[in-house]
Design a protein around this ligand. Structure first.
Ligand SMILES: Nc1ncnc2c1ncn2[C@@H]1O[C@H](COP(=O)(O)OP(=O)(O)OP(=O)(O)O)[C@@H](O)[C@H]1O
Ligand SMILES: [Mg+2]
Length: 252
């Protein structure tokens, strides 16, 4: 339900002042603020080493900030076991390599794994699996072994494994990497049709424009821009200052 003015729905994601240093002392995040309203679609851009993946790892408590906080749909990430379990249900992260996410003998078992852990059984569980596989167009491959699928198909199954959890926010780390042009376009069509809040890390600027009306640039562990994607991509100086490049011949 959408909240009213007195009682608005909490944002899907609210990152406040997050600072993080790796154990070797390297400070990867220098106080990051980022709010994504429910239903928002945001691209997270930035050069290699900017801190994008480090930020993503904070969203479901894999890493914990030295300072600052992360809230998902109004629930603040903490080390408390029940809180962490609920946060991990709410934040569906699709990692760069689908093979990090698929480990069971069949596609359907991989998609059922998360909801089964939540306690779903029988018809309810089967419905979750069917719905998630249908959303990514992989229903007909449900009984196949994930390692027999193409890379693009495995990425779609990885998306299904998190959709099956009914997440508050879908977070994708470089979803178009290693996809051929047709698979890249097919995944874009799938993502465009999903009724979820989306945070997408990408180096693929046309993909950001296609799927996200808003983009933020992270560089050196700081958010340095937050704007309408088309306006941001039209700012050549801004892009150049942060090692972002449009493909040859592409005009936003
Ligand atoms: N385990 C680690 N220990 C120490 N430093 C790390 C570790 N992992 C990442 N870093 C450093 O933290 C910074 C941010 O890394 P991160 O992986 O978040 O960047 P990124 O924006 O995701 O880059 P890419 O575009 O290459 O994926 C980099 O300087 C990186 O060297
Ligand atoms: Mg990364």
């Amino acid at each position: 339900m959408i909240g009213d003015v007195q009682n608005p729905a909490p944002p899907s994601l609210d990152v406040r002042g997050v600072r993080y240093a790796y154990p070797d002392g390297h400070v990867a995040l220098h106080g990051v603020d980022l709010t994504v309203a429910r239903g928002g679609r945001v691209a997270l851009l930035g050069p290699n080493g900017a801190g994008k993946t480090t930020l993503v790892l904070h969203l479901n408590g894999i890493l914990t900030a030295a300072e600052g906080s992360v809230s998902v749909g109004g629930l603040t990430v903490s080390r408390d076991r029940d809180t962490l379990a609920e946060i991990r249900r709410r934040v569906g992260i699709v990692f760069q390599d689908p093979d990090d996410q698929l480990f069971l003998p069949t596609v359907a078992e991989d998609v059922a794994f998360g909801p089964a852990n939540l306690g779903l059984r029988g018809a309810e569980l089967a419905a979750r699996v069917d719905e998630a596989l249908a959303a990514v167009g992989m229903g007909e491959h449900r009984d196949r072994a994930p390692h027999h699928l193409s890379f693009g198909q495995r990425r779609r199954v990885a998306v299904a494994t998190v959709l099956a959890m009914h997440p508050e926010i879908l977070v994708l780390d470089e979803p178009s990497s290693n996809l051929d042009p047709a698979a890249r376009r097919e995944l874009a069509e799938i993502l465009r049709g999903l009724p979820v809040t989306l945070l997408m890390v990408t180096h693929d600027l046309p993909y950001a424009l296609e799927l996200c009306d808003r983009s933020v640039i992270l560089d050196g562990g700081r958010i340095v821009a937050d704007a309408d994607t088309r306006e941001l991509l039209a700012d050549r100086e801004l892009l150049a200052a942060h090692r972002l490049e449009l493909p040859y011949g592409f005009t936003p």
